[in-house]
Design a protein. Structure first.
Length: 203
């Protein structure tokens, strides 16, 4: 009886291995690792924001509306629980993307406002924070692209034959990916031009 049980287990392992079980697991781990890096870079950006807001506030206290929007956007991002399970929930992923997109927009407006304050632009702390922020945005883009590729590989592995049969048995389902109306725009770092302000258009 025990021999039959062991033989059955061995055959099951061999069948699962031959049907892509191991590959599905490898791809799943790659998705988790890529997602962790996305969250790491988004957290790095969120950690920079309080310092950035504080420096700007020192020079542009009356720009409260812009400063408040950045703070609120950051709080909204923090309110989205970015757990590993989020990648399996398309609606939760969409909320996460929207929150991050809103924060990107608020940051862009804040940096545009800084154009009106020459003393702020000359502040070493501001320049350092702005450089770190731009670097972080670039890292976010790289991390997002790696995550997108990892999810693509995973989803292909659970949808194609014969792996899809194994996926049905073990309950492996396609994962949510980044998908926004304007993927390119949300992936770009906020642009800041420290040159002369643009001339108003002729009436």
């Amino acid at each position: 009886m025990r021999f039959k049980l062991l033989l059955s287990m061995l055959l099951s392992v061999l069948l699962l291995s031959g049907c892509g079980y191991n590959q599905i697991q490898v791809n799943d781990e790659q998705v988790n690792a890529a997602w962790s890096e996305v969250l790491n870079q988004y957290k790095r950006r969120a950690d920079l924001i309080p310092n950035l807001v504080q420096v700007v506030q020192g020079y542009a206290e009356h720009e409260k509306d812009v400063l408040i929007k950045v703070t609120e956007a950051r709080a909204s991002v923090a309110g989205v629980k970015a757990t590993p399970e989020l990648v399996n929930d398309p609606e939760a992923m969409a909320r996460f993307q929207k929150a991050q997109g809103d924060l990107s927009g608020a940051l862009s407006r804040l940096l545009v406002v800084s154009e009106n304050y020459p003393n702020l632009k000359a502040d070493a702390n501001f320049r350092d924070l702005q450089a770190q922020l731009e670097g972080t945005e670039n890292r976010i883009t790289v991390a997002r692209n790696r995550y997108i590729k990892a999810v693509q590989d995973y989803n292909v592995s659970v949808r194609t034959f014969p792996n899809n049969l194994t996926a049905m048995v073990v309950g492996a389902k396609p994962k949510a990916n980044f998908a926004v109306d304007n993927e390119q725009a949300i992936s770009e770092a906020p642009k800041v031009n420290f040159g002369a302000p643009a001339k108003p258009a002729a009436q």
